[in-house]
Design a protein around this ligand. Structure first.
Ligand SMILES: *[C@@H]1O[C@H](CO)[C@@H](O)[C@H](O)[C@H]1NC(C)=O
Ligand SMILES: *[C@@H]1O[C@H](CO)[C@@H](O)[C@H](O)[C@H]1NC(C)=O
Ligand SMILES: *[C@@H]1O[C@H](CO)[C@@H](O)[C@H](O)[C@H]1NC(C)=O
Ligand SMILES: *[C@@H]1O[C@H](CO)[C@@H](O)[C@H](O)[C@H]1NC(C)=O
Length: 477
């Protein structure tokens, strides 16, 4: 069974499925409301005065474990919709059980049903700024502290402690919330927090290589990538067509084909590693068995991924085409909103390492800035910058995390995103301090500590959770 955790890219609902009827409110007075009830909180389109019209932000909650005086455990899924997984299923629910806490999952603006604007055009997305995102959560948190009856259907103490939790991009949000609003947010659990931003994120490719190296097929995989690039860059049309057929791909431009293969192998790149299985071993390294060429092994792994995902030729063509739907503004396209963040905020494009850098590549060198960046103006308008100000974004938001107390950072040692965390493979991370400790989870992949508790979890994951639980107990006492 595949356990895939990927960053966004699956379109979901487009309005809060609100069931804020008086029935729910009345029922709440006598019993604990179902965590599937979606509530709404009014927010201005822009918190900084550019547009004061209101929209409704969605949230769900699980009050089963709440007792007066317990903390509010505020979580966001980040770039995907809220669901009962976030209220009932993640480790944050166990944390609530341990602390008499209330779990509240608040949706991120422009994702799921939390839409400030009627569409996702470039002019609507002007209000999609990280400052607005964080201020949304801060406004909710202020209301939860100062007037809990205004947001909760159950009795919650005034001035509750608030712990913010999240994984991946949402892990960074958790850390930024504590850094920016220390008077409202009492602590943060920032799992695999993506806090390092750069225009070209080839570090992701390199983390992938480290994982493959741990499994024993990094050299072979990199050779396959280089062999494939030799063909794609040869200018020999017959050879290019032949190799695409070997990968079960329709005829595409070499660059779209390179992007397709990279997307497909990425689906195998992040999965929960348990005591019993590392899925990447089965879905990638198992194919490099020495019985066929590296290129054939790569082709076979991709063909099996295509058949597992039941992709037909037209969906494969769409997957390869990053210009797809550039003129479609409808709500509910999480991939489009994520693309906007890349274009307008921080880049972080998942490219191959630079030529001549000495790094072994694990994706085609055709997957470069030219593959991604031209879409920004196409999708969002000519006023988009040629390049995102990745350095500016990084300076502001990474520096904000220096010297902040009560943040617990966790990172899997084999985390695909490790190069973007506080413990990168190389370059500077954050200091490991008593106030804000860092735990490197040996042998784990992305955000496993905050995921669902399972019987075969790695011991290191259990240890990371125990440390986090103890810290939260300390912060709220
Ligand atoms: C809260 O989560 C727990 C653990 O998953 C679950 O048993 C309980 O039913 C949830 N509470 C509500 C009100 O849905
Ligand atoms: C082009 O590739 C085909 C198929 O691999 C090969 O048979 C042919 O010799 C190549 N042509 C050139 C000019 O290298
Ligand atoms: C970090 O915070 C402590 C306590 O607030 C303060 O004394 C110290 O000067 C700060 N250090 C830096 C580098 O800002
Ligand atoms: C951070 O410090 C703690 C306490 O000394 C230690 O247990 C932990 O392994 C350190 N984390 C890292 C990433 O070095």
């Amino acid at each position: 069974m595949r356990r895939i955790i990927s960053l966004a890219f699956f379109a979901l609902v487009s309005s809060c499925q609100s069931s804020s009827s008086s029935d729910n409110q009345a029922a709440a007075a006598v019993s604990i409301p179902s965590s599937s009830v979606v509530y709404q909180f009014s927010q201005p389109i822009d918190h900084f005065g550019l547009n004061n019209n209101l929209w409704e932000q969605c949230y769900q909650l699980n009050a089963t474990f709440y007792k007066p005086g317990g903390p509010i455990i505020l979580v966001t899924p980040g770039e995907t919709s809220i669901s009962t997984y976030y209220t009932d299923g993640s480790y944050f629910t166990n944390l609530a059980q341990q602390t008499n806490g209330l779990v509240v999952a608040v949706e991120h603006r422009f994702y799921g049903g939390s839409n400030p604007m009627p569409d996702l055009s470039g002019s609507s997305l002007k209000f999609h700024t990280i400052d607005n995102v964080l201020e949304d959560f801060a406004s909710f948190a202020r209301a939860a502290k100062s007037d809990p009856a205004s947001v909760f259907p159950v009795d919650v103490s005034d001035n509750s402690k608030i712990i913010f939790g999240g994984g991946s991009y949402a892990g960074a949000i958790a850390a930024w919330m504590r850094a920016k609003y220390p008077e409202i947010i009492d602590g943060a659990w920032a799992s695999s927090a993506v806090v390092q931003y750069r225009l070209e994120n080839y570090q992701l490719d390199q983390s992938w290589g480290k994982h493959l190296a741990a499994l024993g097929c990094a050299v072979e995989m990199s050779q396959a990538v280089k062999d494939l690039d030799d063909i794609l860059l040869s200018g020999n049309q017959t050879a290019v067509s032949n190799v695409q057929a070997r990968f079960a791909s329709p005829e595409l431009t070499p660059q779209d084909f390179a992007g397709l293969v990279t997307s497909l192998i990425s689906i195998d790149a992040t999965s929960t590693i348990t005591k019993d299985v590392d899925y990447t071993g089965q879905s990638v390294c198992a194919y490099f068995d020495g019985k066929r060429s590296n290129l054939d092994s790569y082709a076979w792994a991709i063909r099996d991924t295509i058949s597992y995902l039941k992709l037909d030729q037209s969906s494969i063509t769409q997957m390869a085409d990053t210009t797809l739907n550039w003129d479609k503004y409808a709500l509910g396209q999480s991939g489009r909103v994520w693309y906007y963040q890349e274009c307008a905020w921080y880049g972080n494009w998942q490219v191959a390492p630079p030529q001549g850098s000495g790094y072994s590549p694990y994706r085609s060198r055709l997957v470069d800035l030219i593959y991604f960046e031209p879409n920004c103006k196409n999708k969002f308008g000519q006023e988009m910058p040629d390049h995102a100000d990745a350095d500016g974004f990084h300076q502001k938001w990474f520096n904000m995390l220096g010297n902040v107390s009560n943040i617990y950072y966790t990172v899997g040692s084999l985390d695909l995103w490790r190069g973007s965390t506080v413990v990168p493979w190389e370059g500077s991370g954050l200091p490991n301090t008593t106030d804000s400790p860092i735990y490197l989870i040996n042998g784990a992949d992305h955000s496993q500590d905050v995921g669902r508790v399972r019987a075969n979890d790695l011991d290191s994951v259990k240890e990371a959770r125990a440390i986090g639980s103890a810290l939260v107990q300390k912060w709220i006492s």
